[in-house]
Design a protein around this ligand. Structure first.
Ligand SMILES: [Zn+2]
Ligand SMILES: [Zn+2]
Length: 325
């Protein structure tokens, strides 16, 4: 019995390694002048194998920029064919744990000299106030590992050093024709600061909402954007009587409200990510189909519910969904 179990689990492991490797090999790397956006994680705090934590990879002008580092970001980067050490900079929308819990893995595993990692240079992070404190705390928490790997594996300390830039708003990154603009969003009075990002390159742009309620400032900054990636939250009406659900919903954008945002921004394509669709054992979670139906009350344009590893190429005149799997 034990032997069978062991054999089965080894078999499962081999399978998993094989499929993960295969997935990574199938991805066609982004050309140096390509503007590609990959949804690494489209989920929220509930543990899900289908939807990992929030993370969006933006490849433009030969650079790889990561927006948020939620649960499982390293696995999805690997599947997307990106070395963990090849992320040039991480940008944080805000410091809620579901958006930053993947940092230690990205930071420390990305430091290893193995082929899937190999960061060469500091761990660059752009984040709101509190980000330096977060990284200082992580340096302290992982002091044993860092010291051990420098002494034992002779890893270069320069490649594990965090380089944190705390921003307020405006253009926070401008390099090689790639410009990142941070704008304040409205995640709730007790959750400030919280930001969305717009990334511009070669006359094209993607805007990522981060976590926000309906936000006029987002609409203003997203104006003219090609691809709008927006969070969404919904629960069955009867659950809104519970303070637990009410407080979560009050911090996010509901489908009908997101539809108004899309109708006003008029992107070439609107895509939902960071889906917060909650239920209980007795009350079913709102389905993705229902989210689309609710959105259609206020928006008739191009719209997709994002999936992990869904990828898009931003051309001069259109947004192309890539066959990334
Ligand atoms: Zn949040
Ligand atoms: Zn969140």
């Amino acid at each position: 019995m034990i032997t069978i179990r062991v054999l089965l689990s080894i078999g499962a492991l081999v399978c998993a390694l094989h499929s993960a490797g295969a997935a990574a090999q199938q991805v066609v790397p982004a050309a140096s002048d390509e503007f590609r956006v990959t949804l690494l994680g489209t989920g929220s705090p509930p543990p899900s194998m289908r939807r990992f934590g929030p993370g969006v990879l933006v490849q433009a002008g030969g650079q790889s920029l990561l927006i948020d580092s939620g649960r499982g970001v390293t696995q999805r980067l690997f599947q997307a064919g990106i070395k963990l050490g090849a992320v040039d900079a991480l940008f944080l929308t805000h410091l809620h744990s579901d958006h930053v819990v993947g940092i230690p893995d990205l930071w420390l595993t990305g430091w290893l000299e193995t082929p899937y990692a190999q960061r060469n240079g500091p761990f660059r992070l752009f984040g709101p106030a509190g980000s330096q404190n977060l990284m200082d705390g992580l340096v302290k928490a992982y002091a044993w590992d860092i010291k051990a790997r420098i002494a034992d594996q002779k890893l270069d300390p320069a490649n594990v050093r965090p380089e944190v830039t705390e921003f307020t708003s405006g253009v926070i990154y401008d390099k090689g024709g790639v410009k990142v603009t941070a704008f304040a969003v409205d995640h709730g009075e007790l959750l400030e600061p919280a930001f969305g990002f717009r990334i511009d390159y070669a006359g094209r742009s993607v805007t990522i909402s981060g976590d926000t309620r309906f936000s006029e400032n987002l609409i203003r900054h997203a104006s003219g954007t090609d691809l709008l990636i927006h969070q969404v939250a919904a629960v069955a009406p009867e659950l809104m009587r519970s303070p637990v659900f009410k407080v979560i919903l009050d911090h996010h954008t509901k489908p009908e409200e997101a539809g108004v945002v899309f109708a006003r921004v008029k992107p070439k394509l609107a895509v939902y990510y960071h889906l917060v669709l909650l239920g209980t054992p007795k009350v079913a979670a709102v389905t993705e189909e229902e989210v689309l139906t609710m959105t259609r009350k206020t928006y008739a344009g191009p719209l997709l519910v994002g999936e992990d590893l869904m990828a898009f190429r931003l051309d001069a005149d259109r947004v192309v969904q890539l066959d990334s799997r």
